[in-house]
Design a protein around this ligand. Structure first.
Ligand code: FES
Length: 184
């Protein structure tokens, strides 16, 4: 997906303003929260996250406060307020993945990238390559445990630390990873 930024990385607000003007008229919504959430979802769809400039544009358009917009952005885990890395990874730490060694993958990530565990809800590595979220629920593919999801659609399963590092290295090189699920 192409996201709307201008040269130099500045946020191009025109696509968002167009959507806000066309689809987010306060009189069409009974509920102000629904209105703000819908606008934030559109912003995240356009930019891949909700940058502060977009949050301010939403607040201005809906004549509400930036604090109210941020209260909703931070309440719902689906929203990102930081620019995601080139790749987005969900690392499952649900029961089946935990039993099969997801903690070792987390330790490996911490060591590899110097990540502080307190930030697991959304961490982007310093090189901007990877955003990681550790999921304590379940990714719904327990037969692949322990498993990660990359860029919303690719699953890599039956991971040990060695294969996990192979996947990370391949992502960094932009190479395809064969044998996604570790079949012998
Ligand atoms: S617990 Fe990890 S996929 Fe179900």
């Amino acid at each position: 997906m192409t996201h709307a930024t201008q040269a130099g990385g500045d946020i191009d607000l025109e696509p968002l303003r167009k959507v806000l003007n066309e689809q987010f008229k306060p009189q069409d919504f009974q509920d102000a929260q629904e209105l703000i959430l819908g606008a934030c979802q559109e912003a995240q769809h356009i930019y891949g996250y909700v940058p502060k400039e977009a949050a301010q544009a939403i607040a201005d358009h809906l004549e509400t406060s930036i604090n109210r917009v941020y209260a909703l952005l931070t309440f719902y885990a689906d929203f990102r307020t930081e620019k995601p890395g080139k790749h987005v990874m969900l690392l499952c730490h649900g029961a089946a993945c935990y039993v099969r060694g997801s903690a070792r993958l987390i330790d490996d990530l911490k060591e590899r990238y110097g990540i502080d565990e307190s930030n697991w809800s959304s961490v982007t590595t310093r090189d901007g390559e990877l955003s990681v979220q550790v999921i304590n629920g379940c990714l719904g593919v327990c037969d692949l445990a322990p498993v990660i999801q990359v860029d919303h659609h690719d699953y890599y399963g039956h991971l040990d630390v060695e294969r996990f590092n192979d996947v990370l290295s391949a992502l960094k090189r932009g190479a395809a990873v064969e044998d996604q699920n570790g079949a012998d």
